[in-house]
Ligand binder design. Structure first.
Ligand code: HEM
Length: 494
């Protein structure tokens, strides 16, 4: 399917009155957007912290993709962008749509919480993800080498070993919460290895990472804000201590040490403030995203037993299935940009200085881009076009590491626990706009049927991972021949 054209124009000509019919529905809630358009009932009700969005952002925003693809959310104070073409066009144009607000607190905190943060000397600065040009690209170019598939290859044995060790712990139990017993801890350990962080208190880091998510993308009540601020403040101080330890041994392996070594030659690009901020942001970026992505993928696959059975029978389908899981139920649901000039998006006149919530989870279900978008199809040929890793100059630098981990997880589960099923449960999510994955994922199986009981070699098996999927996947589909007719001696009709 070819990519739909973006409904975005510049320079801005549209005014509120020039918005196409249907964009300002009569059924409005008596509020007005900054461009003068009445706010529709759907837009007024939009609540990304409520259960509807948390359970399924693409379902929750189906009405918007169809009727009002870009709308003003009075509750959020943001323009919300839902269609593939516009979300991608915004990612692509990082000058008119600055990433500066990507890590800003979406809920401004009150004076008490601010005082707590100040008490810890909290001074989170720009890293990569929220840095404008030209500073961003200079930094990205310097720091990208450890993220290439070649540089990541040596992490693969460690990831495999960890995944199997954690599986060993509960494989005989017949029941497990994959999030609590495996996913967060394995991905955090891999993240710390990648970053070069020495042994740390894992439980504490997990709590801090969740606090960071709530602080950045959540809507904590004033009383919760103070507790969150203490956790974030402690996280900030711990990041500083870890960095100080690393500086004493800059030759050690790890992405942060790589940055510390580069600082000597490029002090204006790799600043102290960058390193301290990245130490904290990096732990979150590298671990929560991937733990959530794997939990979402396992949930989706076990909800589709036929797809699961196919993966178990043919591990070569795993790389494509990972892309389809990231498309269908990705772990970063939405991201943010700041309009640096007046623009028109999907017919909406949007003034310079406006904030945008661009919802990749909705874009990934846009029927203009993906055929039958709600269908979960592990052979979808353009699944890799999803926007879950963002797009353009800021596209996720860790995408290959995330793919590596997800493929190894799926290989291990399909080989060692093909008889896994989901336990009856209701899924809960940490209420926030962006980082999305179930807090718990209970699964069950009959340990007596574990294949390795009859074939102990299974634990050693594993496919090579595929880190850079082509934009279009070529995965053969099984065909069922219902009828065969001999038309002539040389020609057969099926
Ligand atoms: C499934 C897992 C992951 C998802 C869904 C994800 C998603 C994202 C998204 C949406 C962005 C912003 C892209 C944009 O603005 O265009 C981003 C940026 C980034 N991610 Fe990830 N990420 C994942 C895993 C990781 C891992 C494992 C690491 C590190 C080891 C990482 C490091 C980064 C960095 C450094 C950036 C900033 C890149 C830049 O601005 O130049 N991510 N990621």
């Amino acid at each position: 399917m070819t990519e739909p054209a973006a409904a975005m124009t510049s320079p801005p000509q549209a005014t509120a009155t020039s918005s196409p019919a249907g964009r300002c529905p009569v059924d409005h809630a008596g509020q007005t957007a900054p461009n003068g358009c009445p706010v529709s009932a759907g837009a007024a009700a939009f609540d990304p912290f409520g259960d509807g969005y948390q359970q399924s952002p693409p379902d929750y925003l189906r009405w918007a993709r169809a009727q009002e693809p870009t709308f003003w959310s009075p509750q959020l104070g943001y323009w919300v962008v839902t269609r593939y073409s516009s979300v991608k066009a915004i990612f692509r144009d990082h000058r008119r749509f600055s990433p500066a607000i990507a890590l800003e607190k979406i809920t401004p905190t009150g004076p008490e919480a601010n005082a707590v943060l100040a008490q810890y000397g909290y001074a989170m600065n720009r890293t990569l993800v929220n840095e404008d040009e030209p500073a961003h690209m200079a930094r990205r170019r310097l720091l990208i080498e450890p993220f290439t598939p070649e540089a990541l290859a040596h992490h693969e044995p460690m990831v495999r070993c960890l995944v199997h060790q954690y599986l060993d712990r509960f494989i005989a139990d017949g029941r497990a919460d994959l999030v609590d017993q495996m996913l967060w801890e394995v991905t955090l350990t891999v993240a710390l290895h990648f970053l070069g962080v020495p042994e740390e208190d894992m439980g504490r880091l997990r709590q801090y990472a969740i606090a960071h998510t709530v602080n950045t993308w959540g809507r904590p009540r004033p009383d919760e804000q103070v507790a969150v601020a203490h956790a974030v403040g402690n996280f900030w101080q711990l990041a500083g201590e870890i960095l100080a330890k690393m500086r004493r041994n800059p030759e050690a392996p790890g992405w942060m040490q790589f940055g510390i070594r580069l600082q000597a030659q490029h002090p204006e690009v790799v600043t102290d403030s960058y390193l301290h901020s990245m130490m904290m942001a990096g732990i979150v970026a590298a671990h929560e995203t991937t733990a959530n992505a794997t939990a979402n993928a396992m949930k989706l696959l076990l909800q589709h037993p036929r797809a699961w059975a196919e993966l178990c029978a043919d591990p070569a389908l795993i790389p494509g299935a990972v892309e389809e899981c990231l498309r269908h139920n990705g772990s970063v649901a939405a991201w943010r940009r700041l309009a640096t000039e007046d623009v028109v998006i999907d017919g909406q006149a949007i003034a310079a200085g406006s904030k945008l919530l661009i919802v990749m989870a909705s874009a990934n279900h846009d029927e203009a881009m993906f055929n039958d978008p709600d269908l979960f199809d592990i052979r979808r040929d353009n699944a890799g076009e999803h926007l879950t890793f963002g797009y353009g100059a800021h596209q996720c630098m860790g995408k290959h590491l995330a793919r590596l981990e997800m493929q190894v997880f799926l290989q291990a589960f399909t080989q060692r626990l093909p008889h896994l099923t989901l336990t009856e449960q209701r899924f809960s999510y940490v209420a926030n706009t962006s980082f999305r994955g179930p807090e718990h994922l209970w699964v069950q199986w009959d340990p007596a049927r574990n294949p390795e009981r009859s074939n102990p070699q299974l634990r050693q098996a594993g496919q090579p991972v595929q880190l850079a999927p082509p934009a279009t996947l070529v995965v053969p589909r099984p065909l069922v021949v219902r009828q065969r007719r001999q038309l002539s001696p040389d020609v057969v009709a099926l």
